[in-house]
Design a protein around this ligand. Structure first.
Ligand code: NAP
Length: 246
């Protein structure tokens, strides 16, 4: 896997799974744009990556705002002159049963998790199509396939990502751009640490490999899909869930 000199954009890359993905790509020599709602955290993460000898660009970005997305991608093109890899990772949860779910919580999750993938892919594809090369990797979730009580908005956003990924793959294959998704199961991050212990114990019993995943488990699959060697894989979903959904 020779990634040297490539440029990747990781949304929500300041912490959690996005930070692990950025770290794994930086370890392969990829220059990194860390695009996150929190500029301070993005700067911290970027400073850590610079120690691996890659160039970084930490930026403040709300991925659900089209104006911000357009501006940031223009800035990235000016700074690096190309974009090889886009990882659409930023995501939130606003859980609640459908009957009690507020419309604003539905909208926030759909906009930040799904609309963002459309907005960022649209801008990245402009650069990738010119260079006739690109790798887009979208972070879905096992709940897109299984459903999950209390996560109507989240599971719908992640199922939407799967359809969007397949369409992106078909629309831009002729330009040398691949689009794939990964669907993590239960991964230990701040997002999942907040769950009550009894819920976590119950979930662990449903995982054949007997443990929760790590952010690095997800990052390893993303690096594989982002590699120049994965050029004949497009429109696919890789499940990373310890066997909880097969
Ligand atoms: P996380 O620890 O909460 O990290 C998400 C990152 O995205 C944070 O840095 C967050 O910034 C940033 N972010 C939030 N809203 C944003 C916005 N509007 N624009 C730009 N950045 C924004 O979450 P995670 O667990 O690493 O999850 C990463 C991805 O994996 C998400 O798409 C999630 O749905 C997916 N996933 C996670 C799991 C799991 O078990 N953890 C399972 C399946 C899928 P702040 O910290 O400042 O809010």
């Amino acid at each position: 896997m020779d990634f040297r000199g490539q440029v990747a954009v990781v949304t929500g890359g300041a912490r959690g799974i996005g930070k692990a993905i950025a770290g794994a790509l930086a370890g392969k020599g990829v220059n990194l744009v860390i695009a996150d709602i929190s500029l301070e955290q993005a700067k911290d993460t970027a400073a850590g990556l610079e120690k691996l000898g890659v160039k970084t660009m930490p930026v403040k970005l709300d991925v659900s705002k089209s104006g911000e997305v357009i501006k940031i991608f223009e800035d990235i093109s000016k700074e690096f002159g190309k974009i090889d890899i886009l990882v659409n990772n930023a995501g939130i949860t606003r859980d609640g049963l459908i009957m009690r779910m507020k419309e604003e919580d539905w909208d926030a999750v759909i906009n930040i998790n799904l609309k963002s993938v459309f907005l960022c892919s649209k801008e990245a594809i402009k650069a990738m199509a010119k260079q006739r090369y690109g790798r887009i990797i979208n972070i879905a979730s096992v709940v897109a396939f299984m459903g999950n009580p209390g996560q109507a908005n989240y599971s719908a956003s992640k199922a939407g990502i799967v359809g969007l990924t397949k369409t992106t793959a078909k629309e831009y294959a002729s330009r040398g751009i691949t689009a794939n998704a990964v669907a993590p199961g239960f991964i230990t991050t701040a997002m999942t640490e907040a769950l009550p212990e009894n819920v976590k114990d119950e979930m662990k019993r449903a995982i054949p490999l007997g443990r929760f995943g790590t952010a690095e488990d997800v990052a390893n699959a993303v690096v594989f899909l982002a590699s120049p060697d994965s050029g004949y894989i497009t429109g696919q979903v890789i499940h990373i869930n310890g066997g909880m959904y097969v």
